[in-house]
Design a protein around this ligand. Structure first.
Ligand code: ZN
Length: 88
């Protein structure tokens, strides 16, 4: 079976976008959410790990504690940006 490394930043950003997007009346369509993720991920360093599924969750939590402020700032900026420049 082929194994691919996982980007932990991507997992955390995806979760944050799900949590935050739409809270202040932003559009939550798939296009906008994907644009928000792309914008935030381009501004955050990727953190690739090659590990088992269960361990991904643990590693993501640890990383989240280290960089949660950065994540929050970037995702909030991304939501604001896409809200002002929607492509849908
Ligand atoms: Zn939209």
């Amino acid at each position: 079976m082929k194994r691919k490394p996982v980007n932990l930043t991507e997992i955390l950003v995806e979760k944050l976008v799900e949590d935050l997007c739409g809270k202040r009346g932003e559009c939550t369509c798939e296009t906008c959410k994907a644009d928000i993720m792309a914008y935030a991920l381009n501004h955050l360093p990727p953190r690739y790990v090659n590990t088992d599924r269960g361990e991904i969750y643990v590693r993501a939590q640890t990383l989240n504690q280290q960089i949660s402020t950065d994540l929050l700032v970037e995702v909030s900026t991304a939501i604001e940006h896409v809200k002002n420049h929607p492509r849908h």
